[in-house]
Design a protein around this ligand. Sequence first.
Ligand code: ADP
Length: 191
Amino acid sequence: MFNLILFGPPGSGKGTQSEKIIAKYNLLHLSTGDLLRAQISAGTPLGLEAKSIMEKGQLVPDNVVIGMINDVMAYNKDAQGFLFDGFPRTVAQAEALDQLLKENGEKVNLMISLKVDEEELVKRLLNRGLTSGRPDDRNEEVVRYRIKEYNNKTTAVADYYKQFGKVDEIVGIGSIEEIFDNIGKSIESHQ
Ligand code: ADP
């Protein structure tokens, strides 16, 4: 298996690059944001719990997202590898992920961290809000709160994987193809 974490702040291009990565490298895309939005659309109790939290730009509780990831991984044991997008977002989530993989004799092979500065992120997210239909992309205060959550709780996840030498940083500004080329080089040098 090849297990990749695509890491970076909201608006850094994880969703866009994920689509290209899964197509080329045959990985199963696991986006906790997409999974949560699917629960909201389906009107499940989990979705109801997550909705108001997400609309404020806060993080959903660790046990909720870890449970979702556990379920999808258990259903897809024959996957060639997973692409984790938007997960793990806290050190507790990272530890839980390592444990889940370890139970199956697997590990995180690589974290690719996309670097984009804050003003560019805010610009991209508000721009996406014009068409995405995502309530959390429409309000500048919520957008900035999400970036604050990232700085306060999520950047530590990169430090966590850095201690194992698993992090590759890639500039997330430039053309989609240019960034994807650099991601591809990183993946291929770790396969
Ligand atoms: P973005 O990276 O643009 O913020 P996502 O779709 O990854 O978009 O996440 C949207 C929201 O979903 C987050 O602001 C958060 O409320 C929730 N969420 C997604 N993934 C996680 C996670 N791993 N842990 C906690 N909350 C999450």
